[in-house]
Design a protein around this ligand. Sequence first.
Ligand code: CP
Ligand code: NVA
Length: 312
Amino acid sequence: MPRHFVDLFGVDPELANRLIDRALELKQRPAGERPLLLQGRCLGLLFEKPSMRTRVSFEAAITRLGGSAIFLRGDDVGLGVRESVVDFARVISQYVDALAVRTYSHKTVEVLAAAASVPVINALSDAAHPCQAMADLMTIRELRGALGGQTLVFVGDGNNVARSLAVGAALFGLKFVLACPEGYAFPGDYRARYAAAFPGSPLTLEHDPATAVRGADVVYTDVWASMGQEHEAESRRNDFTPFQVNETLLGLAAPDALFLHCLPARRGEEVVSKVLDGPQSQVILQAANRLHFQVALLEWLLAGESSAGDRP
Ligand code: CP
Ligand code: NVA
């Protein structure tokens, strides 16, 4: 059975810690001292939605490890239209050593993982963005030296990014607060799964952004309308306007609070430029860490425990 990385539910906290440790360690290495553990290996990238960071950071990550990538556009593959998800999974497994997929339905990623004989990585689905959340937690670890005991307040939609962050926060002992308008909280099936996985780390939901952000160690936001929700953009803009992360709202957080955003950002909507470009913002480091986390992830998925032999 190949290892997969479909969402953060089921990821062992010890593994999550180990991946971040390894990512931070490899990040420090100069080019000539990086382990080429995946020479001759190929990563398939199937993207049914647009991407910049995720696509480029995966291509760069596999290149750093000595391997290469093949990019597949969703329309060319026609998943579920030109051929079934299962047929695609079984055939692509003959050509590539791992597959990263960005798609709409989370079920598609699960079906791919069940049918593929190579590791499948979720590069964003409507329900999860686990690589993003791990890179974000790595960023907080890098800046703060530790993760436990901090409060991360996500101001915005209870979407893919927020859902993976909440699970990641529970894995690392951060308190997670979702500040959103009525109607945009986590769905019931997610809440039930979360409650079963983390009975000792209840999720906090807050509909007043000021109350939520007061004293926060990390303030995070994402677009109000995610990819695939563009037709709801206007109604979402109305609903989310009081939740904009501006200087007044961020000013309620701890004085040294970090501001994070997965990017791309819609300046003037969920965040203002003065915050995004301001002294508390760490969005560029956060984007950089997508690469470094994914190097560690690919190494774990494909080089397995052999990477332990590379440790100094
Ligand atoms: N944050 C993120 O996943 O960015 P892209 O959509 O550009 O990949
Ligand atoms: N929630 C956003 C994240 C983009 C990286 C989306 O799904 O469009």
